[in-house]
Design a protein around this ligand. Structure first.
Ligand code: NI
Length: 402
């Protein structure tokens, strides 16, 4: 019987065995990274650690300082083929968060006020694990696997800068994962189409006229105007958008005043907008400004509205999502691949890579009981690593062979 793809040359059992052989080392890597977290734009040691590991694997190319502290490794398959060769990118993020870890893990963070509360230690280790396996299989596949170790995901900007430095040049597809609490270890969740929301920000400065707090009629109170604006903004999602099309407008900061007895001259509001379509991303800032303008005019205040575009919507490509789902079924069984009904309104700068090539991000189960992301006791599940490494490796081989 003819082989229908080169991936068939590599027996799944061999891949599993190879992963089994390296998993204790990868768990040690994960714990080392957990213990030594670095904030966004400061991933100096993490990046050097990753680059050394990749060089030790004898990769064809290891580039450092890509878009900041980013590291890019390349594995070029050497198997002969008559088909045009393709490139798949696999991405892992490396940065930690400004949170004081409160767990009593033996490998808890040794950096005060900094911890891997989003599990990027797990994402980085997973990608190093996949790199190790794929480097060992190099003579059994054709095409290229590009390993993207990204800095500064939490502050947004890492993906953009890496793309500006050309990491997506020549890439035909890209895959990433995010560890997900509430989903059991041994399960993944996938979704075609929107997976994560866009994230944009706005600043509203409302200017009135300062006065003695006991003589409000002599001033124009910006706090009262801003309070009306905050309340009226609740109608953007509840009264202006279809109930079946989620958007989020959150005022997350409200600053004004200096004393008990002074009406200040200025109140400042800052917030975030989350959408699932580009149309909404364009419309909603206009709606916010219209509401602010109307209220401020009515209350004699002035306003300045600033809108800043951040991360686009993460939209999973149908075919690549399907490839990940099928790989998940082969690795974990059909009962352990969940198709999500709805996206998360959180955002991911993985969306920026998807502007350059089709790809997909999936959720990796790290345990039903695991505390939420961005909390002081979050801890990526080591047990999930063999599963995620196998999915990355087999999805990459499948893509290159198809
Ligand atoms: Ni994260």
């Amino acid at each position: 019987m003819p082989l229908d793809s080169e991936a068939d040359l590599i027996a799944p059992a061999d891949i599993k065995r190879a992963i089994h052989d390296i998993v204790s080392d990868i768990v040690a890597v994960r714990r080392y990274l957990h213990q030594n977290p670095e904030l966004s734009h400061q991933e100096d040691k993490t990046s050097a650690f990753v680059a050394k590991r990749l060089r030790d694997l004898g990769l064809d190319e290891v580039r450092t300082d890509v878009g900041g502290y980013g590291v890019v490794g390349e594995i070029r398959g050497t198997a002969a083929t008559t088909r045009p060769v393709k490139t798949i990118a696999l991405r892992g993020d490396m940065d930690a968060l400004p949170i004081q870890e409160t767990s009593d893990l033996p490998y808890r963070s040794c950096v005060p006020g900094v911890m891997h509360a989003c599990g990027h230690d797990g994402h980085t280790s997973n990608l190093l694990g996949a790199a190790t396996i794929l480097a060992g299989l190099r003579n059994q596949f054709s095409g290229t696997v590009r390993l993207i170790f990204q800095p500064a995901e939490e502050t947004v900007g890492g993906a953009k800068r890496m793309c500006e430095d050309g990491v997506m040049q020549g890439v035909d597809s890209i895959v990433a994962l995010h560890g997900w609490p509430g989903l059991s270890v041994g399960r993944i969740a996938v979704r075609p189409g929107p997976m994560m929301a866009s994230s944009d920000t706005f600043d509203l400065t409302i200017t009135g006229k300062g006065a003695h707090a006991a003589q409000p009629h002599n001033g124009i109170d910006p706090i009262v105007a801003a309070a009306h604006v905050v309340l009226a903004l609740q109608t953007v999602s509840s009264r202006e958008m279809s109930p079946t099309e989620p958007v989020v407008v959150t005022v997350a900061q409200f600053h004004a005043g200096t004393a008990y007895n002074i009406i200040p001259g200025v109140a400042e509001l800052k917030g975030t907008i989350r959408c699932l379509t580009e149309e909404h991303r364009t419309e909603i800032p206009e709606r916010i400004e219209r509401i602010a303008a109307g209220i401020c005019a009515g209350l004699r205040a002035e306003y300045r509205f600033k809108f800043k575009r951040g991360t686009p919507v993460t939209v999973n490509d149908f075919a690549i999502n399907q490839l990940v789902a099928e790989t998940g079924v082969e690795v974990l069984g059909p009962e352990n691949v969940v198709t999500l009904d709805s996206p998360s309104m959180g955002a991911e700068d993985f969306a920026i890579y998807l502007k350059h090539a089709p790809g997909a991000m999936f959720r990796l189960g790290v345990g039903e009981q695991m505390t939420a992301l961005h909390t002081p006791t979050y801890n990526f599940a080591d047990d999930a690593l063999p599963h995620s490494i196998e999915i990355f490796v087999r999805a990459a081989l499948k893509f290159l062979a198809a």
